[in-house]
Design a protein around this ligand. Structure first.
Ligand SMILES: Nc1ncnc2c1ncn2[C@@H]1O[C@H](COP(=O)(O)OP(=O)(O)OP(=O)(O)O)[C@@H](O)[C@H]1O
Length: 358
């Protein structure tokens, strides 16, 4: 496995990019730790595939370098990078059996048949295809073919990295969960450096040690699922992760207070003068409804989603969502919302401001 270094990396599909807006991938410096499982998460068109294709060598970056364990591979072809890739749609050899498909990368590397046989058996067990090993791939469902692609991607232990581009798109929903769990198990067992592209937050948060969130060609945060939840570094991370996402409300900050439409909330930290668009962000999990404490709101709707209730409220034209326990009673006179001060984040032009301990 290898540490992957991105050094001043950027990419534009235009031959003469004039401004930052012309870059599908904006400048990025980052070390992907050896042996860690990363998810690359973001909405469609944010640049995930562009970044993955640069790492795999399918795309030559217009700026910067990429290094595997300190060795510059920017100009190396995919085949020279010693990586395994699994794409959105199955890539299998139809005329071969499931066994031969799984064995292919190992035989290609000249591994002896005893090893190939053991390893294929092990992988077949992980993807739940032990009893299909002698079947031809032709005629299998898309679902089964994609499992073969996943298995083939994982069969070699000696690759520098395993890259997955939305690999579970064609997989049946209940099997998705199972395969994700298997991938995680496999990662724990073999410690491959894994990069997994997805636009699905559940997939990213359950699979990865660290999630790389992209927005508009830029990496806006790299963090553990807990960090993304507690301290979104950019308002996009707040909106995109969580269900519902973080509440973001325009505010004026003075010291340890945020003033909002004639009311104020206490902040857990102190702040100096802030320029630009200033907002506070609070997750619905850290908002509380009561009769007497906090901002005046109008309740618009209460949704019972089983595990908890989502209360949709309005604060002078701004949406505020509150998550309340399943057993919590909500009455018509509960028209105030308060926040845990420690959980209120402050943003200037969408980026989180750290503040000083109060
Ligand atoms: N070959 C190309 N030529 C020109 N522009 C491209 C090309 N490939 C992608 N783009 C543009 O680059 C931006 C990033 O695309 P990219 O495919 O990397 O995003 P993504 O996050 O992987 O999206 P998706 O999840 O839809 O695949 C988009 O604006 C896209 O239109």
């Amino acid at each position: 496995m290898a540490k992957i270094t991105l050094d001043n990396l950027a990419h534009s599909y235009l031959s003469n990019p004039a401004s930052e807006d012309d870059y599908a991938l904006k400048e990025l410096n980052h070390d992907w730790e050896d042996g860690a499982a990363y998810a690359l998460l973001g909405a469609s068109g944010c640049g995930k595939s562009t970044l993955l294709n640069i790492i795999s060598g399918l795309l030559q970056p217009s700026q910067g370098r990429i290094l595997f364990d300190g060795k510059d591979v920017t100009n190396a072809a995919t085949a020279q990078r010693n990586i395994a890739q699994v794409f959105q749609f199955p890539v299998v050899y139809d005329t071969m059996t499931v066994r031969d498909n799984l064995a292919f990368p190992l035989r290609n590397r000249g591994r002896d048949e005893a090893y190939v046989s053991d390893r294929v058996q092990e992988i077949a067990r992980m993807i739940g295809m032990e009893d299909m090993l002698n079947k031809k791939a032709r005629g299998l469902t898309a679902d089964a073919k994609q499992k073969i692609s996943l298995g083939r991607g994982m069969v070699r232990k000696d690759v520098n990295a395993l890259l997955f581009d939305e690999p579970l798109t064609v997989i049946d929903p209940h099997m998705k969960w199972e395969l994700r769990t298997q991938l995680k198990k496999l990662h724990n067992e073999f410690g491959h450096t894994m990069i997994y592209v997805t636009h699905d937050q559940t997939e990213a948060l359950t699979f990865a040690d660290k999630v790389v969130v992209m927005y508009d060609g830029r990496v806006v945060q790299i963090g553990t699922p807990q960090e993304l939840f507690e301290t979104p570094e950019h308002t996009f991370v707040g909106y995109f992760i969580g269900s519902p996402g973080m509440n973001v409300i325009p505010a004026r900050i003075e010291g340890t207070r945020a003033y909002l439409d004639g009311s104020y909330v206490e902040l857990g930290r102190g702040y100096g003068a802030l320029d630009g668009k200033v907002e506070i962000g609070v997750r619905p999990e850290f908002a509380r409804l009561s009769q007497s404490e906090g901002l005046p709101v109008k309740i618009r709707r209460i949704e019972d989603v089983g595990r908890h209730k989502i209360i949709r409220a309005d604060f002078f034209g701004h949406d505020i969502n509150i998550i309340a326990g399943e057993d919590e009673q909500v009455s018509a006179d509960m028209n105030r919302v308060s926040f845990d001060p420690e959980r209120v984040n402050v943003y200037a032009d969408d980026w989180r401001i750290k503040g000083e301990a109060a």
